[in-house]
Each structure stands twice: as C-alpha cells, then as structure tokens.
Ligand binder design. Structure first.
Ligand code: C5P
Length: 221
C-alpha cells in the first residue's frame, strides 16, 4: 500500500502519439516520444495515485506501477479514456492525430506506374475537449497540453478556453529548442488563477512538479 498525497485518488494519463492507418503497413502520426506523458504517469504513481495510462505507440516503455491500456488510433484512445472514467484527475499528454484516413485500405496499396494514391480524411474526436465538456462524470481536474511554435501563452490560453479544461501545460516545441524527443522541457502552467513559468527542467522534474500541483489541488477540494 502506498501512502502519499495522492493515495486513494484515481488519475488518468494519455500519452504518446496515435497512429492512423492508411493501409496495413502505413500510417500517419504525430511526432511524440511519449517521454513526458510517461514521466507524468510515473510521478503520479510515486505520489500514491492509482494511474490508468492510456498510451499510443510510444518510443519509451510505460512506467512500472500503473495500469497500461495500449491503443493505436484516436478513436481507440477515446474509447479507452471513456472506459477509465470516473477519475479524480486526468492529464492529456498524448499527441493525438487530428485526422484519420477514411479511405484506409484493408490490403496494402500497391505502387502502380505513376498513379498516385489519394487519401481522404475525417476529423478525429477531440478527447480532451470531450472529457472537459462532460456534463456528468467530468474529472475534478482536467489538464491539457499545448505544444506551440509561436505566441505560446496566447495560443495556450485560447486553447484552455476553447477546450474548457482547467489547466494547460504549454511548451515551445520549435525544433531549435530540442524539446521534442529530448530529455528536457520548458513549460508554462496556465491555470484559472494565473500563469507559472517554470525553468527548463528534466522531463522527470517537470512531471514531479506537475504531480505535486495536482496533489495540492485535489487536497483543496
Ligand atoms: O488542439 P491541440 O491538439 O493542440 O490540443 C492539445 C491538447 O489536446 C493535448 O492535451 C492533447 O492531448 C489533447 N487532444 C486530444 N484529442 C485530440 C487532439 C488533442 O485529447 N484529438
């Protein structure tokens, strides 16, 4: 039995990319190692939470001590998230593909002399917005991420309002920052009551701080 500020609390974390099949051997995806989401799940578990970790195909293995629900597509991720509810808090760190291929093929698309395939897309469900806007069974605290390349605070603040989550963890993912796929992260936590800019930290340290903020918030309520 783990004591800790989050013992007795159930927390959901989404992580990694989603893969949207084009055919059995090809897919489209977002760039995501799953490192930050994995670190967050580990940090929450270390504070005693019961963690449901819904992860797309990530580069890093899932942490120990959590319930892992592996998924591939955004639709599968949404279904797994809905199955995991109710939870006390939910952290949406996954890089979900915005679109899926509606014209995906059951057999491998063959290369044929100069004829190019045409892909049709449909919009994927927004999992964070769906959960944030639940009328019944909404988690007490919903945390989203905003990976931005410009005007980080403005875009992330707008995203928080649009999706109706409680907090947004915003970061600057321009390639020159080295954050995507790297060991460190520089984040800005946007809450209802203000903005905290954190220094550039190891992803494990970012995860620990976030887990502590979540524990403090759940203690208040
Ligand atoms: O709109 P954008 O993709 O930038 O929003 C990022 C946030 O929304 C992240 O927390 C991500 O996990 C979540 N998201 C989601 N489902 C989607 C798209 C994004 O849960 N289809």
């Amino acid at each position: 039995l783990s004591a800790g500020p989050l013992s007795g609390k159930r927390v959901l974390v989404t992580s990694g990319p989603t893969h949207e099949p084009i055919d059995p051997v090809r897919y489209i995806a977002n760039r995501s190692s799953g490192a930050q989401g994995t670190a967050i799940a580990a940090a929450l578990a270390a504070l005693g939470a019961e963690v449901v970790f819904v992860s797309g195909p990530a580069d890093v293995p899932p942490p120990a001590g959590v319930t892992v629900v592996p998924v591939e597509t955004a639709n599968e991720m949404l279904a797994a998230v809905q199955d995991a509810l109710p939870v006390d808090a939910a952290v949406f760190a996954a890089a979900v593909a915005d679109w899926r291929v509606t014209s995906s093929s059951a057999s491998k698309i063959k290369k044929q002399n100069g004829q190019l395939p045409v892909l049709e897309f449909a919009e994927n469900p927004d999992i964070l917005a769906t959960v944030s806007q639940l009328e019944t069974g909404r988690p007490g605290l919903v945390v989203g991420f905003a990976a931005e390349t410009d005007d980080v605070i403005a875009h992330a603040t707008a995203k928080r309002a649009r999706k109706q989550c409680d907090w947004i963890v915003a970061n600057d993912v321009r390639p020159e920052t080295g954050i995507m796929g790297g060991a460190e992260n520089a984040v800005i936590l946007i809450r209802e009551d203000g903005i905290e800019e954190w220094p550039r930290l190891n992803k494990a340290e970012v995860a620990k701080r976030l887990a502590m903020r979540i524990a403090d918030k759940l203690e208040e309520t």
